[in-house]
Design a binder for this molecule. Structure first.
Ligand code: HEM
Length: 587
């Protein structure tokens, strides 16, 4: 059946029209041709009138050879991606690339480029790897993954702006300072847990190396041999510390029990599945192909969401009204948003224009945002606070002279460890000033220096929303760019020995050097999407160094020469793996 006959069936009343068309086939063909041509010319004109970006082609960027379809996949694992990209930067220079499967991904390490990437959000760049869609699919689209200007929603960054306007003020520096007592209490709890850990490790050491059960012929009995399987890492303890702080901070004190019992374990599955969904080449889950971890993931999200939902529903607004320190927890702020269409002026530093957009927040957005905050602030699985503490303790154990200086600084304020043992929590907290960073500059420098060398995010990933120019190159829309922030900050470090761990570089430097070091510090990202939890995180980190680490001599555990070496690995972000530290009490 030809098309004219089909048309005849569909539009029987157009008999005469069709007959006329049949009689004038040439004319119809000519008209169709002219219309098609006119359309093509129109599209061409439109395209040619669009301003063409002038610049170098990204095809000229130097980089490694790659295979068709799989790209450079054989040269790195998910764990070693950051290290592989950093190697390329040292080899090929400040602009290079890798192929992730068939996709060319730019790898940039000049400070100006990294600044541009982080600052030109949300209009020019957004989070890469289809993050918003994957978080939406997973029903946990909160502040971290929200864009609102993706191809998916075309809302010009509004979703993100709206949530940011509500969440940011809750995490502002002034507000965080008020949580000093809360954090100090949890730090003291961490100290008790570390004391227990330290004792267990010492007993293990004794069993392995000084066994009383040896057969006294200079040989140990088999059961007492060094056994790496008996070793436990401290990261879990740091995770509990970070989690307790952030939960208290978000939901009001001592509400931890309202979350599912195994939440810390369950979150590990959540993060490992999210990582697979973000970095995997085929999104199997989207086609309904799911394994046991996917199902566990979905059940966990559901159960955490229900708990958070219950917390919000059971929230008594009187707590808010009675509270002289308005909106003192994240929950109170979000509850206020849900119930007030015309909120008070909500100030977001550097984002004044956003304040008016801060209207009511949907219940779903509230739940996702609370979930985002507790998971972004917690440590073990997404490696922020807990892994930074793990890195700090590793760095201290490698540098005894740094420990000596730290001990001197803390002892001068809080008394020597012997004296501190007999002090009550209240007495210790009493001695802490409003600004902990100013009171303990060296402890703060230890944290800064650890993050310079072992940041938990050694790179920032971005995707261009439209065609744009970066470092003189024309960047086509949709290009992914990895900004290697650690390489940039090491390469341009204004103080000597950039690869060495020297906390004093943050104190004994000129004003200009300090300014430059701060500028090169992207450990919390940068620009309008800089980590809003950085003040809380820094307070947690410095409190742990002052109130906990300074009480011990930290020393790496002796291990068999064949034991796996300390390496930087990655879970959701970077980790320091195979680190086992002895916490030897000074008192
Ligand atoms: C050592 C601890 C931490 C580190 C190293 C860290 C690092 C980061 C980094 C690198 C980003 C991306 C920033 C960017 O895109 O420019 C980020 C975003 C974020 N962080 Fe943190 N973070 C830490 C702790 C926290 C804490 C304690 C909270 C909450 C209480 C938190 C909440 C968030 C949120 C909500 C975002 C998303 C912000 C947005 O997209 O607008 N983080 N963090």
């Amino acid at each position: 059946m030809n098309s004219l006959e089909q048309l005849r069936q569909w539009i029987p009343s157009s008999e005469r029209l069709i007959k006329a068309a049949e009689d004038n086939r040439e004319v119809v063909a000519a008209v169709a041709g002219v219309v098609t041509l006119a359309g093509a010319v129109r599209i061409y004109n439109k395209r040619s009138k669009a301003p063409k970006l002038q610049g170098k082609s990204i095809k000229d960027i130097p980089g490694p050879k790659h295979l068709p379809f799989i790209g450079n996949a054989l040269e790195f694992t998910q764990d070693s991606l950051a290290a592989y990209m950093e190697d390329l930067a040292w080899k090929y220079g400040e602009m290079t690339y890798i192929y992730l499967g068939p996709k060319r991904v730019l790898v940039a390490s000049s400070p100006t480029v990294i600044d541009t990437l982080v600052k030109e959000r949300p209009n020019v760049y957004k989070r890469p790897l289809d993050a918003e869609r994957i978080f939406k699919d997973s029903k946990i689209n909160g502040l971290f993954s929200m864009e609102g200007n993706s191809q998916l929603t075309r809302l010009s960054g509004d979703d993100w702006r709206h949530s940011r306007a509500w969440l940011s003020p809750q995490l502002a520096a002034g507000k965080i300072n008020k949580t000093k007592v809360l954090i100090a209490k949890h730090a003291i709890e961490l100290r008790k847990n570390l004391d227990q850990y330290a004792e267990e490790l010492e007993n293990l050491q004794k069993k392995w190396y000084h066994s009383e059960n040896s057969d006294f012929n200079g040989r140990y009995t088999r059961s007492n041999f060094y056994n790496p399987n008996e070793l436990k890492t401290t990261v879990d303890l740091f995770g509990v510390y970070a989690f307790s702080v952030v939960v208290d901070f978000s939901f009001a004190h001592d509400k931890e029990h309202c979350l599912p019992e195994n939440i810390l374990e369950d979150l590990k599955v959540v993060f490992s599945v999210m990582r697979r969904r973000l970095f995997g080449i085929v999104p199997w889950y989207r086609y309904g192909i799911k394994d046991a971890d996917d199902h566990k993931f979905e059940a966990t999200i559901q159960s955490i969401k229900e708990s958070v939902q219950r917390i919000i529903e059971e929230y008594d607004p009187k707590t808010f009204e009675d509270n002289s320190d308005k909106m003192s927890t994240m929950l109170e702020s979000l509850w206020y948003s849900l119930n007030h269409t015309a909120p008070e002026q909500v100030e977001v530093p550097g984002m004044a224009s956003v304040t008016k957009a801060a209207g009511k927040m949907s219940f779903d957005a509230m739940v996702s945002n609370l979930l985002t905050v507790i998971s972004a602030g917690y440590g073990k699985c997404n490696d922020t606070t807990a892994n930074t503490l793990q890195a700090v303790s590793y760095m201290l154990s490698k540098h005894p002279h740094v420990q000596e200086r730290l001990h001197a600084e803390v002892d001068a304020v809080l008394g020597d460890p012997e004296a501190r043992k007999n002090m009550t929590e209240e007495e210790i907290i009493e001695k802490l000033q409003e600004n902990l960073f100013a009171q303990f500059p060296y402890a703060t420098a230890v944290v800064n220096e650890t993050q310079r060398i072992h940041p938990v995010t050694p790179f920032v990933g971005m995707e261009a929303i439209n065609d744009t120019i970066l470092d003189g190159y024309v960047i086509p829309k949709g290009t992914t760019i990895m900004g290697l922030s650690r390489v940039a900050s090491l390469n341009y470090c204004p103080t000597p020995d950039p690869f060495q761990f020297k906390p004093e570089r943050w104190i004994e430097c000129t004003v200009e050097q300090r300014r430059q070091q701060d500028r090169l510090d992207w450990s919390f990202g940068g620009g309008p999407r800089v980590c809003p939890g950085r003040h809380l995180a820094n307070l947690e980190l410095v409190s742990a160094v002052v109130l906990v680490f300074s009480l011990y001599n930290l020393k790496e555990l002796d291990r068999a020469p064949s034991a796996p070496p300390v390496i930087e690995g990655a879970s959701f972000t970077s980790t320091i793996d195979n680190v086992y530290i002895r916490y030897i009490p000074r008192a």
